[in-house]
Design a protein around this ligand. Structure first.
Ligand SMILES: NC(=O)c1ccc[n+]([C@@H]2O[C@H](COP(=O)([O-])OP(=O)(O)OC[C@H]3O[C@@H](n4cnc5c(N)ncnc54)[C@H](O)[C@@H]3O)[C@@H](O)[C@H]2O)c1
Length: 372
């Protein structure tokens, strides 16, 4: 891995990955449309001669192809990672997660890049029917999809394996993450709950009944796993050249447990208000717990527990409150009338078709609840 191309380089996971790759001596080209990413996350990387950031959009195939020239490995992380609002713009997941993945693969084919790692998600399992109350293994049958996000990631994964099977790619790594925690975290339940508790420490609104069971993984543990597996080239000698790994901790917590970690760390005792029901929103999966035996069999294991990951995240948010403002600044709201109905369009600061655009979303859509 000498020259690595990272899509989504300015994002939460992508920017941490860039730092790790540079520390390991690789040359890195970061590609990002800055729709949800923050240039500030790349301040350290930008000082290094082996790094360049290109502002561009995965939906712009000619620019993507030109930018990728000379790379020998692609980490494809850019995506629309917002599961909850999938139905507010049904085409977005298809565009950002499926078509964009196809574009990345095409740019690789034209440039002769033969190795890819893809950030997929435990959401591809929808609600596991074969192992409903056990950790979900990679071999579980794909049940009914419960979100457009999950469906679009399944399509992305399928295309990657088709390119590998078709001889266009020598090594493909598909990583299905549980929710990731840690430094530069800008979306998810810790983000939402911290914001609420800063505004009103005596009250916390929780989507669902608080009994959802979820697993989480600390971002550096996630990167350790991806870098370890890609370096040992497990896909090169595999029959189908595509290796799928669940990435998570061998534990899960209830939402209420996580609330306990957060409140103890902040020293607050809010009154909890549950919106009710066994899930937070349409497409929320009340039980996300992945079987991680396969990745653990490679010698990797996570260093942090979920509780430690939540506390690290909280400490980082406490010291970096600017991210709340930065995320809001990326959402300039413009009211427009569409067919007699008032819609709110949220325009991202990124240019091009991939900018953030949400319709009909009130502030609370992002600010409250159990994002992930
Ligand atoms: N964070 C999690 O808990 C989690 C869990 C499972 C899977 N994932 C996956 O991991 C990846 C990274 O997630 P993240 O949490 O870092 O999200 P993020 O939103 O912080 O990062 C995504 C980055 O991609 C960029 N981007 C989005 N669309 C783009 C486009 N069309 N062209 C170029 N750049 C674009 C954004 O500006 C952002 O910098 C995503 O693929 C996500 O689906 C994340």
């Amino acid at each position: 891995m000498h020259h690595v191309f990272v899509t989504g380089a300015a994002g939460f996971i992508g920017s941490n990955l860039v730092d790790r790759l540079l520390a390991d001596g690789a040359s890195v080209t970061g590609w990002d449309n800055l729709s949800t990413g923050q240039e500030r996350f790349l301040e350290g990387a930008a000082k290094q001669p082996k790094f360049r950031l290109i502002r561009g959009d995965n939906l712009d195939l000619p620019a993507l192809t030109a930018a990728m020239k000379g790379a020998d490995f692609v980490f494809h992380l850019a995506a629309n990672a917002d599961i909850r609002d999938g139905w507010k713009h049904p085409e977005k997941d298809l565009q950002q997660n499926t078509i964009a993945t196809f574009n990345v693969l095409e740019a690789m084919r034209v440039n002769g890049v033969k190795r890819i790692a893809f950030s997929s998600t435990g959401s591809v399992y929808g609600e596991a029917l074969v192992t409903p109350d056990k950790p979900t293994p990679e071999t579980d049958a794909f049940p009914i999809q419960t979100s457009l996000y999950g469906a679009s990631k399944v399509a992305g994964e399928s295309m990657i394996s088709a390119y590998a099977e078709g001889g266009q790619i020598d090594e493909a790594y598909v990583f299905r993450f549980v929710s990731i925690l840690g430094e530069r975290y800008t979306h998810g339940h810790v983000f939402d709950f911290y914001q609420q508790l800063v505004a009103h420490p005596e009250h916390l609104r929780v989507l669902g009944n608080g009994k959802q069971r979820k697993s989480y993984l600390y971002v550096q543990d996630c990167l350790d796993a991806m870098l370890h597996v890609t370096r040992t080239s497990t896909a090169r000698d595999a029959k189908h050249h595509t290796q799928v790994y669940n990435l998570g901790t061998p534990e899960y917590v209830h939402v209420n447990d996580s609330i306990g970690f957060i409140c103890r760390t902040l020293g607050v005792k809010p009154k909890l208000e549950y919106t009710g029901g066994d899930r937070g929103w349409v497409g929320d999966n009340p039980f996300i717990f992945l079987d991680t035996k396969k990745i653990q069999s490679t010698g990797w294991k996570p260093k942090l527990t979920i509780e430690q990951g939540v506390i690290r995240t909280l400490k980082w948010l406490e010291g970096n409150r600017w991210v709340y403002e930065a995320r809001r600044a990326g959402e300039v709201k413009v009211k427009v009338k569409v067919k007699g109905k008032v819609k709110v369009k949220v325009k991202g600061k990124g240019k091009g078709k991939g900018r953030r655009e949400r319709e009909g979303e009130g502030e609370s859509g992002r600010e409250f609840g159990m994002g992930r």
